[in-house]
Design a protein around this ligand. Structure first.
Ligand code: FE
Length: 338
């Protein structure tokens, strides 16, 4: 299985090099697994006759595109997290796209005000709560996480991980840096253990009785339920959607951008418009237990079963602006050294 996948990745790269000069091709550099994209790229090719070549890149995408410069075969970049989207834009590797279709398909809060990136799906950063040890209504806001009743009961991954930095950056955007720093210090005070592992490791810790509340992204619930080894962890918790006081729950996105030196910009725009269409968003979101974002779209039945929530209305570019401050205050409270 593993070697087959590696082979596919290598041949996708070879294909990009071999075919980038032809007009009816479009090349994707993707941080997302190729199997998430396959149903969509197949449908796009069937509809338009344009071939889609995917190079799966899990690290170093920015360095690679910088090194390739004007000769980069990349037309479209697909990635997760506002941190990466903002970093690609900051590195001057994207170009603005003027498209009424994109503006119509993607709500304003999920696209760059300067039109350099567009969201395709989102995920909320929520609390996983022990079904046995946390009652309904005990946690309703992110601010509640500092309540002394949670002393020794919260687990999380590193405060410096992109997911937590975005959450802290959103807290800064809503409440200011001083309040956000106090909040981080309060959560640190309530941690059951030193921050470690990934989001799923925190749910495992709830299952094992080490903590009662974990901070994590919604789609991991779907991933854990699909994994026989992790199913019990998932079944020991339920999802709570905390809100920022007076706002909604923190969400982050997966998104798409047009590469600055795209050799096939027209085909790339068609692909971007296709990927943001409501039908494509539903398929894309479903593949990783995420939420489609276009008006009128619905998540899968499983994702819907976790409950409905109000997403924070803030534009993610506003959140991204506070990332440096978020990292600084996380270091100042020495969050990772419980
Ligand atoms: Fe993740």
């Amino acid at each position: 299985m593993f070697s087959l996948k590696s082979f596919c990745q290598i041949s996708a790269l070879a294909l990009i090099t071999a075919t980038s000069a032809q007009a009816e091709d479009v090349n994707i550099y993707s941080y997302r697994q190729p199997d998430l994209l396959k149903p969509l790229t197949d449908a796009f090719t069937a509809q338009t006759g344009i071939n889609v070549n995917v190079a799966y890149i899990d690290k170093g995408l920015i360095e690679r595109m910088k090194a390739e410069g004007r000769r980069s075969p990349a037309d479209v970049v697909l990635t997760v997290d506002i941190a990466l989207l903002a970093a690609i834009v900051d590195a001057d590797l994207t170009q603005a796209v003027a498209s009424d279709t994109l503006a119509k398909n993607v709500p304003a809060q999920y696209r760059d005000p300067d039109n350099h990136w567009f969201g395709l799906s989102n995920r909320a950063r929520i609390a996983y709560a022990s079904k046995e040890r946390v009652a309904d209504g005990e946690l309703t806001t992110y601010e509640d996480l500092v309540d002394p009743k949670w002393r020794g009961r919260i687990c999380t991954r590193s405060g410096k991980h992109d997911y937590n930095i975005a959450l802290t950056a959103a807290m800064i955007a809503h409440s200011g840096e001083a309040a956000a720093k106090e909040w981080l210090a309060g959560i640190k005070e309530n941690l059951a253990r030193k921050p470690q592992g990934n989001d799923r490791a925190q749910v495992k810790a709830i299952w094992a009785g080490e903590c009662d509340i974990a901070i994590g992204n919604t789609y991991y619930m779907g991933q854990m339920l699909s994994d026989p080894e992790q199913k019990d962890w998932a079944e020991s918790v339920r999802i709570i959607f905390p809100e920022f006081d007076g706002h909604g729950s923190h969400v982050n996105i997966s998104g798409v951008a047009l590469a600055k030196h795209a050799p096939n910009p027209e085909a790339a725009l068609k692909l971007m418009e296709f990927l943001t269409s409501p039908a494509a968003q539903e398929i894309y979101a479903r593949a990783n237990f995420e939420y489609p974002i276009a008006e009128g779209t619905k998540p899968s039945d499983l994702v819907a079963s976790w409950g409905s929530f109000r997403a924070d209305e803030i534009n993610l570019m506003e959140v991204a602006k506070h990332r440096a401050a978020a990292l600084r205050i996380t270091e100042e409270v020495d969050f990772d050294n419980k």
